[in-house]
Design a protein around this ligand. Sequence first.
Ligand code: ADP
Length: 263
Amino acid sequence: NEDRMLEIRVIPYGDKQRLLIARDITRIKQLEEMRRDFVANVSHELKTPLTVLQGYVEVMQMTAEPDTMLAKQYGAMEQQSQRMKNLVDRLLVLSRIESATDIDFEQQVDMPAVMERIEKEGLELARESHQLEFRIDTNLTVYGDEMQLHSACANLVQNALRYTDSGKVTVSWALEAGRPVFRVADEGEGIPAEHIARLTERFYRVDSARSRDTGGSGLGLAIVKHALSHHNSVLQVESTVGKGSCFSFELPPTLHVVRNKLA
Ligand code: ADP
């Protein structure tokens, strides 16, 4: 039957034999798709009423006497509705990336330009106690999806800044042993080893209060994971509590183009 999906695994069995395990995953895939569609629809439906509410809150804020109790309450309402809007936006990005099927690997992504954008966005987020340093190979571009690669890199840089109170955040994009590698190293709080394997799960946070205070949604690394998996890559995390973390990924060597060597 053409509509069914099978997952086939080949496992070594003894010296010369192989064990073939076939599992019908049609239903699992259908349910997964239904969940994704549901989240995308709910997020989309929430967007309009939220925008209307935000508009009213803005008007109310303008009419309130400054420094009054009422002004404070409107301020809190505005802050919370902004948080909700960020969450809805992130959910929409996640479902768009999750449900993206084939990437057009004919498209070249100007990664140095993407890095320039991320640096600008990073500088807006950085505080005085941060030193943000970008080391970019300006000739290194790749084939892939620009929106997804931008999302992956931008999320990692935002996290490095958000989870570092003070210190250096170093971002690099360069060829290493023939592979394009993106790396963000911070001198922040670090992550206890037992949390590392679960970081890319939706809404998984090491410290929920800290994530909330810094404007987190708990979806950033899930977005990174899906964007990278579409590019046949995985997120690598190294971290030492109290010293800092390093998040990186490498793209397959077949994806890169060194710009000045192009015909
Ligand atoms: P959030 O929006 O909560 O930051 P993410 O999915 O981006 O969600 O990250 C998941 C969790 O991983 C965060 O809540 C935080 O606990 C941890 N984390 C991510 N990046 C860093 C980092 N650079 N340093 C320390 N902890 C981090």
